[in-house]
Design a protein around this ligand. Structure first.
Ligand code: ADP
Ligand code: MG
Length: 625
């Protein structure tokens, strides 16, 4: 039984995912039980705090883990949740004393926690949608800094809005209704929600865009939208976690949700590993236990007769050291990028037999022609492509060759709208591609591979292909069968559960082609698919591509430096040099064309002198004329 049959079978995948979720829950359950049973009241207090922190950090991870962006903004959502829930649930008598100037429409609700939480969730979602419409446009450090800005602004507003929050004074009278069972229940629900989102199509899209936004966009995924969705869900969950935190404390101030809380949560996330839910849970448990043990010593202690004096800030220092140690030893956190448990790289479930069947080959595509007319593109004066016209119909492999820097990759990027052409048009039959967004090109029937490998490194081999099938609009069940078909077609089935980053080179190249084919394209653009492969691997790839073209009738535009490979597959060759078309025709005609020989070998050589191997070596070395 191979991993792919295991993983591509929806029931087995669910079993593996359920097992991974269960590991998180058991881990948390055991620690909470030990704390509550062994350490009594004080242990229970720590356990409640730990569960609320799990909820908050897991909620934070829904954004950070799936988009790869560290956010400091979730403190804002927690504050909104805590204050809103506090106002809605506060006994009217206390509210009159504590908040005498509270606007009338906000006063006197006296809701239960269960009545308040849905309102808190909606408020969190609305605030997330408004802030997310700006923050989701940003990536990396700029998004992190914008989220910090959001935290600072919200803090400022909370301090300023005295009538509602009592300003920087303590906000009191919030019913302390969070006990251990409620806190643990909340942590369980949050873990389940985060796991479901992570494995859902939306979560997979977000993780794909996190690993490579351009490659995701080429599959039809809108990276900005994936960040927005993750931000909204995360914000909503953080608001609820904040409400629970407020009901645990009973009294708080804006400072309770400010930098120290936010940094503690971010530290927990980084220590555990932010790319997985298991990491968030492990980080919270590890850091909480560390902090609570160190806190015992902060006030000074008598250790084996030696009096250790009071050390101010010992918990903060130990947290800092823990982060440094983890970053040094395991940059991706204690758990790493993959969930705890079976799936990635393990064969625990292999013995369970199951009948996963690949999807049948797709119907032959209808005849169509990809055409470029007068395409031009320059980069700051460098004319990468000039007035380039050619056609690539279905049912044919069209070779595209030319020395290094000839503009071949730029041409592919123009067709796929990764670059916008300065002039010219591209069409697929009647469809004008040059007006589409880059995310719509895949839907129009064009898939591509990249010259420099652009796999989703944090996804497994199976997920890399699955995400492409899902992005093409297949329902989950069918997408799994399509992914299985492409993995088998490229001999990757045995590697299905392997993380893409640990694949051997040849397999990575094949995976890119399999991923593109999972979209069931009409035209496939392959930018140097055999680069770096040995001759046996190249021949094997040629066989597989030939079979697929026969079976599905698709058109392939094939760029490669290995002329033997291109000539073997293509029946029409287009030659570029310095951004322009210099020849096109059958491979034999093109090989004899003086302009082509000059472009590759230089002046003064005759066609007869050009041996096949010379051609190849020259091309491989990328010698320019
Ligand atoms: P090929 O794929 O045929 O080797 P490319 O299309 O990669 O050639 O490059 C063609 C020319 O365009 C080169 O001179 C290259 O430096 C330039 N070029 C390509 N992409 C960019 C870019 N993003 N910015 C600036 N110059 C670029
Ligand atoms: Mg190139």
């Amino acid at each position: 039984m191979s991993d792919v049959a295991l993983l591509a079978h929806p029931a087995r995948l669910r079993a593996a995912n359920a097992a991974r979720t269960l590991i998180c829950l058991i881990l948390l359950g055991v620690v909470v039980a030990v704390l509550a049973v062994v350490f009594g009241r004080s242990g229970e207090r720590i356990a409640v705090q730990m569960c609320i922190n799990v909820a908050a950090v897991v909620a934070l991870c829904v954004y950070c883990g799936n988009t790869g962006i560290v956010s400091f903004g979730h403190g804002a959502f927690m504050a909104i949740g805590a204050y809103l829930s506090g106002i809605l649930t506060m006994p009217a008598g206390i509210q009159r004393t504590a908040l005498p100037e509270l606007p009338g429409f906000m006063a006197g609700y006296e809701l239960s926690l269960w009545g308040a939480l849905p309102i808190v969730a909606i408020a969190g979602l609305v605030f997330a949608a408004v802030s997310g419409s700006a923050i989701a446009r940003l990536m990396g450090a700029s998004a992190a800094i914008a989220s910090l800005g959001l935290l600072i602004i919200t803090h400022g507003v909370a301090v300023g809005a005295r009538e509602i929050t009592r300003g920087s004074q303590t906000f009191f009278g919030v019913p302390r209704v969070v006990d251990l069972s409620l806190a643990f229940g909340a942590a369980v629900v949050f873990i389940l929600l985060a796991r479901l989102y992570r494995e859902s199509a939306a979560g997979l899209f977000a993780r794909a865009a996190r690993d490579d936004a351009d490659a995701a966009a080429a599959l039809g995924i809108n990276p900005q939208r994936t960040r927005f969705v993750s931000w909204c869900l995360s914000g909503m969950m953080c608001a609820v976690a904040g409400a629970l935190y407020g009901h645990m404390l009973g009294a708080f101030s804006p400072a309770s949700f400010y930098l120290s809380l936010v940094f503690a949560h971010v530290a927990m996330m980084i220590v555990g590993g932010m790319a997985s839910v298991g990491g968030a849970v492990t980080g919270v448990i590890g850091v909480t236990l560390l902090q609570d043990s160190v806190r015992q010593f902060e006030g000074g202690v008598d250790l084996l007769g030696i009096a250790i004096p009071e050390v101010f800030g010992l918990t903060t220092v130990s947290l800092g050291l823990a982060i440094l140690l983890v970053i040094w030893l395991r940059p991706t956190g204690l758990v790493g990028s993959f969930e705890l448990g079976p799936g990635a790289g393990t064969r625990l479930f292999d013995r369970i037999t199951t009948q996963a069947s690949p999807a049948p080959a797709p119907a032959r595509v209808a005849e169509a022609v990809l055409s470029a007319e007068g395409l031009s593109k320059s980069f700051a004066g460098v004319k990468a492509v000039t007035d380039m016209s050619f056609e690539a119909p279905t049912g044919r492999v069209t070779g595209l060759i030319g020395p290094n820097g000839a503009g071949k990759s730029t041409l592919v990027n123009l067709i796929t709208r990764q670059y916008h052409a300065d002039a010219g048009k591209t069409r697929l039959s009647q469809t004008d591609l040059s007006t589409l967004s880059r995310e719509s090109i895949a839907k129009a029937g064009i898939s591509r591979s990249f010259q420099n490998l652009r796999l989703f490194q944090g996804l497994t081999v199976y997920e890399n292909v699955l995400v492409a099938a899902l992005a093409a609009g297949h329902k989950r069940h069918h997408a799994a069968a399509v992914a299985l078909r492409e993995l088998q077609a490229f001999d990757l089935a045995e590697l299905a559960a392997t993380p893409a980053h640990s694949l051997p080179y040849g397999a990575r190249k094949r995976l890119e082609v399999a991923r593109a084919l999972a979209q069931e394209p009409v035209i496939l653009l392959l930018d140097e698919p055999a680069a770096g492969m040995n001759p046996a691997e190249t021949d094997d790839l040629a066989d597989r591509l030939t079979r697929i073209r026969h079976e599905r009738g698709i058109g392939i535009l094939l760029i490669d430096h290995d002329l033997r490979f291109v000539n073997r597959l293509s029946s029409w060759t287009v030659v570029m040099n310095r951004g322009t078309l210099i020849a096109q025709g059958t491979p034999e005609d093109v090989r004899a064309d003086p302009a082509v020989i000059e472009a590759y070998i230089g002046r003064g050589r005759t066609a007869a002198a050009v041996t096949h191997s010379q051609e190849e070596t020259t091309l491989k070395q990328g010698v320019r004329p």
